[in-house]
Structures are given as C-alpha cells and as structure tokens.
Design a binder for this molecule. Structure first.
Ligand SMILES: Cc1cc2nc3c(=O)[nH]c(=O)nc-3n(C[C@H](O)[C@H](O)[C@H](O)COP(=O)(O)O)c2cc1C
Length: 180
C-alpha cells in the first residue's frame, strides 16, 4: 500500500509482521541484512554488504538523532528510535521503530551492533515528523558539530515537556500500541 508525501516520494506502509534486521561492525558498515531488509529497501545482498548504513539515510532525518544513537551505543546501551529510511531508488521511504543493540563476541568484546526494526506507529510518525523538521531547521543554522548537539538539546526539552524522561521512553510510549 502507498501514500504520497509532499516531496512526491511514496511511503511504503510496512505490515506488523515485517521485521527488518541488519547487523554492522563498530563503524556502522553493514555485515548482515535479512531478506525483509532486501525486499523493502530494494537492494541485493552484494549491494549492501560492507557498505555504510547511511546508504538508506533519508535527508529528513536530523543529524541529532544519529548523534544520540551513537552516544547511547558507545555507552554500550541499547537505543530505540523512530527513523525514516529511503529505498534504493530514493523515490520511496518507510518509517521504522528501530531497536539497536551492542553485539558482543564470545570474549565479551564489543564487535558491532544489531538493528531490529518494526513499523513505527502512525501516532509516533505524526508526533515525530514535525519535531524532526524543527531539529533540521536548528541544524541548518549551525555548523555540523554544533547543530546536532543543539537539535538534541531541543528534542530532549520537547521530550521532557511531554512527561517522558528520555527520547527512548518518549518513542516507546508513542509506539505502545504496537509493542506487545
Ligand atoms: C546497527 C545500526 C543500524 C543503523 N540503521 C540505520 C538506518 O536504518 N537508517 C539510517 O539512516 N542510519 C542508520 N544507522 C546510522 C548510520 O550508521 C549513520 O550514522 C546515519 O545514517 C547518519 O549518517 P551520516 O552521519 O553520514 O549522515 C545505523 C547504525 C547502526 C550501527
């Protein structure tokens, strides 16, 4: 099923049973992608393996969200985020609720990261789309270093005003209908 966005890109609406999984090394280079990822993002395996994960980055995503993600992962904590991603031809996009976790090897050393994604709820998309837009505007006025820090600070203010204690809790509460 499709709906049309203002940019004339089409949204792919994911069904609840679609679980998109990828794995990366420590730098975010893709080391594994499941069949669902290949089907939805419209890639063949050889086109994604050893490629940076920003391969599917949508320009509507604020840098700040990824800065928050990497900071959380560096602390060896899991991250929950709502992310808009592109398909390979950049004419279609899809929204996911991503759970990214550190991946440890047998020796207990950090070896990379796992991302398991489900469809984001419409409530989460409706709440986060204008927030991400505002973050992008904040970032546009500042340097690449300062912008994401300023946009994250603004995001966390919004989160706290809504009564949540952090971005992850905010995201989880907006998706509670689809998380069982
Ligand atoms: C396990 C894992 C999964 C990721 N999944 C995505 C994703 O689905 N979409 C995305 O845009 N970035 C994803 N990233 C983040 C990218 O590595 C990158 O930080 C982000 O796209 C911003 O890229 P840029 O700094 O080049 O703009 C993921 C990173 C990791 C470690």
């Amino acid at each position: 099923m499709f709906s049309v966005s203002s940019r004339h890109e089409k949204e792919i609406l994911l069904s609840l049973d679609q679980m998109i999984v990828t794995k990366t090394d420590l730098k975010g280079q893709i080391t594994y992608a499941n069949r669902t990822f290949m089907e939805i993002a419209d890639f063949q395996e050889h086109e994604v393996l050893n490629k940076p994960h920003n391969l599917i980055r949508h320009p509507d995503m604020p840098r700040g969200v990824f800065r928050l993600m990497w900071k959380t992962l560096q602390k060896r904590q899991e991250f929950f985020g709502v992310v808009k991603n592109y398909t390979s031809n950049r004419k279609q996009y899809y929204w996911v609720l991503a759970n990214i976790t550190p991946d440890f090897n047998n020796a207990g050393q950090l070896a990379g990261f796992y991302s398991v994604r489900r469809p984001a709820s419409r409530a989460a998309i409706a709440a986060l789309e204008p927030i991400y837009q505002q973050m992008r505007q904040i970032e546009a006025k500042l340097s690449k270093t300062e912008g994401p820090d300023a946009s994250v600070a603004w995001l966390l203010d919004q989160v706290r005003m809504s009564g949540a204690s952090n971005y992850e809790d905010f995201v989880m509460s907006l998706n509670k209908d689809i998380i069982k």
